[in-house]
Design a protein around this ligand. Sequence first.
Ligand code: FES
Length: 217
Amino acid sequence: MKQNNDYMEKMLARKTPSTGGGFSAEGMKRAEALMALYPVKRSALIPMCHLAQGEHGWLTEECIEEIAALVGVSPAEVSGTASFYDMLHLEPVGQYVISVCTNIACMLAGAYELLEAVEERLGIASGQTDKDMRFTLEEAECLGACDTAPCLQVNSRFFGPMNSESFDKLITDLASGALAGVVPPHGVLSRVERVFSLTTKGATDAAQMDTTDAGQK
Ligand code: FES
């Protein structure tokens, strides 16, 4: 159990993506356990990609090769499959990947104004990562949280409705570590305590974080 905790702690403490490398010994054990869940090994390919991304923040070449060898396909098949999914990254990305939704409901609620404010605040354009590898910005299709438009996603967490002021607060809180227990580093599909519901508007859950502190409107 201690080893599992250490494994998770190490992933949660990661501030920048790995420069490369394969699975750790614990990661390899988990990869094998994942394969054992399926009658056909290659069915574990996507979960293993998530596992690799959890360890490194992105899908390293070494992990792609290891996954390919484990499930019995070519590395090109692994990277080809991974490239289909927006949440899997074949290049290093920042500790926080910020996806601003610009689909119809968010667009009508001011998503492009929000995106402009976000670009200005981060000093990067959509599709770029800042020099400290802290933030990656991307434009996203509907996040399925239209009732909180305009909204965005930071790694696996949702925030909305947002405006330039609440985004400023969100970035300040992310940079200071104030949201470390809420937003895990990119790639970590964690058991980190969830204090938000997916859509927070009107929610009365007593466990819900004060939305002002979370950088939300
Ligand atoms: S249109 Fe933005 S979440 Fe649906």
